[in-house]
Design a protein around this ligand. Structure first.
Ligand code: AFP
Length: 345
């Protein structure tokens, strides 16, 4: 049995529908750039110092060689795509391609930059949205569309395998790059996140910075059989959103990057338009959920192109637990640990 290629999958989905054909061509362009980035990432130090600082981006963060290269590669590919403009973590403002086109793309060209020189999986995250007629695509305002209006979303994961995870609103599917032929082949026809899990992912070094609800939830996870969960749990934290997300798609789990008290983190670390929204669409289409703690990510009305947002996503039973902690603060009153959880001030 031949395995379906990305092009064949997109062709079958798009058919003769002009709007879908435009989305399919845009995904194809992103996959083309993803293939090129994957080959470069796989060279590692043989390609020079990919983690070398180049400049600072709009976030005021160090932009590394591979960040810039990835952005340039994606821009070159997307200039041939039927899009009005693209926005990127690496660009202050949108880059206009064809103002008359019907699509917008928001990108995190290279997520996980701090892992480039440690050979840890990193990735490209993308969101494809409608270009609302009458909105100037050169403006930030044109991009301020709630995540539930995305037409497609996904990521390319540069790991031991190069995976392309995609949703066009008909479930979440996975492709794997055959490096010999350069073709992405369909290898996961229907990704489904397990409803239950014992595995959670958070940067625990920030514990004293979290709000009480998150501390209480994590306290329950840490309490294991001694606490209200009545079962021991496990923790993972890659420090690369796409890698943590991929694990959750494959075996379940919950990821938390909540708001915290540090300067610049009061709305969390991750960006709404090109990290939280695309991940949330992929996760929901795979049967999981994605919230800020209090509301659904995909319902949020963006107010700024590069705005940050608290991001919690994964197995539905854990999302419901976390929502209970926010809805009923006493929900975290574990007999042994109370609201402060295991950690002592
Ligand atoms: P970098 O791109 O700076 O490595 O940030 C990666 C990231 O945005 C996301 O991929 C991780 O989940 C998160 O940051 C890790 O943040 P901490 O370093 O604060 O744990």
């Amino acid at each position: 049995m031949t395995t379906k290629s990305l092009d064949a999958y997109l062709g079958a989905w798009a058919g003769a529908d002009a709007g879908r054909i435009a989305v399919a061509r845009t995904i194809g362009a992103i996959a083309e750039a993803g293939r090129e980035i994957a080959y470069l990432v796989a060279e590692g130090p043989l390609a020079g110092d990919l983690a070398a600082a180049v400049t600072n981006n709009v976030q005021g963060e160090v932009q590394k060689h591979l960040d810039k290269h990835s952005n340039d590669s994606l821009m070159a590919a997307l200039k041939q795509a039927p899009i009005a403009a693209l926005a990127s973590e690496e660009l202050d403002h949108p880059y206009v391609v064809d103002p008359s086109a019907g699509l917008l793309v928001a990108l995190d060209p290279l997520d996980g930059s701090s892992n480039i020189d440690t050979n840890v999986s990193i990735g490209t995250i993308f969101s494809i949205m409608p270009h609302i007629t009458g909105k100037n695509p050169a403006t930030h305002d044109a991009f301020l569309i709630p995540g539930h209006r995305q037409l497609a979303a996904g990521y390319v994961l540069y790991g031991p395998q190069t995976s392309l995870i995609l949703t066009v609103g008909a479930g979440t599917v996975g492709f794997t790059l055959d490096r010999r032929s350069g073709t992405f082949f369909l290898t996961a026809k229907q990704v489904a996140i397990k409803e239950k899990t014992k595995e959670w992912a958070i940067n625990a070094s920030n514990q004293r910075q979290w709000d009480d609800e998150i501390r209480s939830y994590i306290g329950e996870c840490l309490a294991g059989t001694d606490g209200p969960r009545g079962e021991d749990t496990n923790m993972r934290w890659v420090g690369s959103l796409v890698a943590d997300c991929h694990r959750i798609l494959v075996r379940g789990g919950v990821f938390l990057y909540p708001a915290d008290k540090r300067k610049g983190y009061t709305e969390g670390r991750l960006r709404l338009m090109y990290e939280a929204n695309p991940i949330a669409m992929v996760v929901e289409q795979a049967g999981g959920r994605a919230i800020t703690g209090r509301e659904r990510i995909l319902d949020i009305q963006p107010t700024a192109l590069h705005q940050r947002i608290p991001l919690i996503f994964g197995s539905t039973t854990e999302i419901e637990r976390i929502e209970r902690h926010y809805a009923e603060p006493t929900a975290g009153e574990a007999p042994l640990f109370g609201k402060r959880g295991l950690f002592r001030e």
